[in-house]
Every structure is written in C-alpha cells, then in structure tokens.
Design a protein around this ligand. Structure first.
Ligand SMILES: [Zn+2]
Length: 317
C-alpha cells in the first residue's frame, strides 16, 4: 500500500475510518455577521477533542475531514485535534459548489491554474503549514453542473490524476452523481478513486445501484441527518446494496459538523441543532445503525469491509 497524507505526516493503513466528518465549517462570508460572538478557538479545541476521544471507544483510527478550502478549512486546527487525540486526520483540497458563491479569485482562473493550486497543496502543503491534503473534494449543486463547477471539477480531476490521490464529492439531493463520474474519470482517474458523497439522501435504490455499477464508491455518509430521508430508509437501501454484491463499494459516515463558524444556515435564533437532529453525532453509526443492520443480517465481517478495507483501497494508488 502507498502512503496516505494525514495532517501529521504520512500513514500506511487508515484502519477503521469515518470517511466524512467535519471539525469546523464556516460558510463563505460567515465572519460578515459581526453580531456573532466570533470563534473561540481554545474552547472549540477542548470540545472537539472530547468528541474525538469518544470515537476511540469504538475503535476508530482515522477520520477524513473533507472541508473544501472555501468552507472555513483550518488545517492547523485539524492537526491540533489529531496530535491531542492520536486519531489520524486526513484533510482535503478543493472548492465548494456555486450556490455558496464564486470567489472572485477563482472566477477568472483557468482549469490548469486551479489544478496547480491543488497540486501545490498536495505536494508542498497548505500555505506555509507543511500540512498536505490526502484527497480532493469536489461539489456540485442540485440538478445541473454549472459552468463554474465543471471548471473546478475538471481541475480537481486533473490534480487527482497527477498526484494519484482520491476524490470525494458532495452532491445535492442525490443529483449529478453520474456527471461527477463522467468528469472525474474523463481526466483519467479510476472510478475506484472516486466516492460519490451523500448518495444516501434518497430512497432511490436504482440511482445508488447505477453509481455502484460504474465502479465508484457510494457514500452512505449522512447517518443521523434525517431531513431529506430517514435512517430507516438508509438502512434498508444499504442492506439491499450489500445483498446485490456491492459491499466493497459502500462507505459510511455522518457528515457531522463539530463546530460551526458563524450561524448555521436555516437555523433561527433559539433553535438548537441537537433538538432538531438528536442522533446527528460521530458515534451514531456505532451505537444505533450497526446494531440495526446486524438485526437485518449483516455481520462483523461486512463492517470490517465497509469501515476498514474500503477506505484503505480508496486511498491506495
Ligand atoms: Zn460534508
């Protein structure tokens, strides 16, 4: 197996992995609302590390934080969490979808220059930190891939092909997964180096199966986030994909956000996320989902494949 870039240096084998969780997220311009108290870094660090300590009780060795560069990414904060807790953390390079705004800096850059930004981070580190991303993050909006998104995805795919690191995606409402596959593999990236993220936000098994048939990984990576779809549906569809022979192409996670910079989109004052989404946290899979899937007939061996073997294969070049 080839080496994987973690935020503290290279690792050989990720072991039991959560493939999509966030330490910090701040939507573009989060700091413009100056009524907010601001980010209390030391307090946040203590709180986040406590949450990561809980993961150790479930044997988690590695967590992937696929925060794109324009969504509050803070690789030094991520590295601090890793060094304090001993959990491997893998960060990403990439840019978010158009709905969150096109940064003026990127509007007129061409594909090759944007690819060079990604390649430089992967090979030399983010800025002067020396911290190297271990994967590319891509994102598309709902229904159609915009011209801007196509440019960013093409640049990310070129960087992935040049550096042999994998690509992990954000999709909106389970759309554009096939466009993502077309664009990424079109630049020479193997389908086994692409995870089509948030593919669990639907009851449409045919869509999920059609992705798997093309050789990519299918992300069941929003357990506990029960708005678009319930965990019950996620459990049924995941089990059916396993029964259809695709357990080697499934990865599980929560897309949990440990710390929000600024306000949470869609949340009004006085609302608490834990009231609205009581099961959305990084241990939910281990405490509720895996036991439920075992009642459906899944085995420890299935979860070793999904949580250990699949991430290891995804990262190996
Ligand atoms: Zn995410």
């Amino acid at each position: 197996m080839s080496s994987i870039n973690s935020v503290l240096g290279t690792i050989e084998n990720p072991g039991k992995t959560l493939i999509h969780e966030h330490i910090l997220v701040g939507f573009p311009g989060w700091f413009l609302d100056t009524r907010q108290p601001g980010f209390k870094r030391d307090e946040a660090l203590i709180r986040v590390c406590a949450a990561f300590e809980e993961l150790k009780e479930h044997g988690v060795e590695t967590v992937v934080d696929p925060c794109p560069n324009d969504l509050g990414r803070d690789v030094e904060f991520i590295a601090e969490v890793s060094s304090r807790t001993g959990i491997n953390l893998i960060c990403a390079t990439g840019f978010y979808y158009e709905k969150a705004g096109i940064p003026y800096t990127l509007r007129y850059k061409e594909v090759d220059e944007i690819a060079d930004i990604f390649i430089n981070e992967i090979e030399n580190g983010v800025g002067s930190t020396g911290i190297k991303p271990g994967l590319l993050k891509i994102a598309t909006g709902e229904g159609v891939v915009s011209e801007y998104e196509r440019k960013i995805l093409t640049a990310a795919a070129k960087a992935a092909a040049a550096t042999e690191i994998p690509v992990l995606s954000h999709t909106e409402k389970c759309s554009c997964g096939h466009d993502q596959i077309d664009i990424v593999t079109g630049e020479g990236v193997a389908p086994g180096h692409l995870l089509v993220g948030h593919s669990d936000g639907t009851d449409d098994l045919d869509y999920q199966r059609s992705l798997a048939e093309r050789g990519v990984y299918v992300g069941f990576d929003r357990f506990g986030l029960e708005g678009q779809v319930t965990d019950e549906i996620r459990i049924q569809n995941l089990k059916q994909l396993v029964d259809l022979g695709y357990r080697q192409q499934i990865m599980m996670s929560h897309d949990y956000v440990n710390c929000w910079l600024g306000t949470v989109p869609g949340m009004s004052a006085g609302m608490s996320l834990s009231d609205v989404l009581p099961n959305w946290n990084m241990t939910h899979i281990f405490e509720r989902i895996i036991p439920a899937l075992k009642l459906e007939g899944m085995t420890d061996d299935d979860f070793d494949v999904i949580l250990k073997d699949n991430p290891a294969r995804f990262f190996s070049s």
